[in-house]
Design a protein around this ligand. Sequence first.
Ligand code: GUN
Length: 284
Amino acid sequence: MSAKIIDGKTVAENLLQVLKQEIDVRLKKGIRNPSLAVILLGSDPASSIYVRNKRLACEKIGVKSIAYDLPNTTSEKELITLIETLNNDANIDGILVQSPLPDHINNDVIFETISPRKDVDGFHPKNIGLLAVRQPQLRSCTPFGVMKLIEATQLPTRGLDAIVVGASNHVGRPMGLELLLAGCTVTICHRHTQHLQQKIELADIVVAAVGIPGLIKGSWIKPGAIVIDIGISRLDDGKIVGDVEFDIAKTRAGFITPVPGGVGPMTVATLMGNTLLAQKLSAL
Ligand code: GUN
């Protein structure tokens, strides 16, 4: 058996085209382009690439992106002042602060300063809470993008056993909530989890979000399972890999995402969807 590859690039491209069409229709009705403030501190190479991709997606579909490229030495207070100014600016629909932030800045304080209605990353505790109580609004981009990839398999999710490996605030936890909302029975695993292999062997959906290459052995995958790999690491030889042993997993899974070209493009596409949604929320 060889798994079907879930092509994140194509699913993301289709979503971007749908969003572009909707923005074009709104423009014809006299509604301005959605706008996204993108704040980047310092010049970390990975963050710079992510931000470039987000800005390119904005350009492609007609979202106006406003760049705030600030020095690494920017103080927490300065950053908070900027976010508060953007919160109060009616011409700004979404605010994104690229993480990781320098050590002298408290991430939680920054993400909680962003108005929940402009929180296009879906990181604010209010937005995570709304997802938890089944009233999602702005949803964390990567988990929401993963749900769209699972949707693309056209398999019903209700009643499936899903496992999320990784329990971070921004990915693993909201991922568990998304799967729960989709009717799955969810297990979230983390560094203290025992018997990871046995748990994965029982799962119909495996979502890996750890960042440890090959942590999940291909031989653990239940035949026919949906395998979604959010992990992304660069090996010493330069190869980009995920958390799942792809070559073996693909001989067992029903569907599997590649790394790269799986989840990554979906994070950017759902960010664009959230920016349009934030614009709509601002009009309510
Ligand atoms: N750093 C890595 N991924 C992300 C993301 O999706 N949003 C933000 N704000 N920072 C990130």
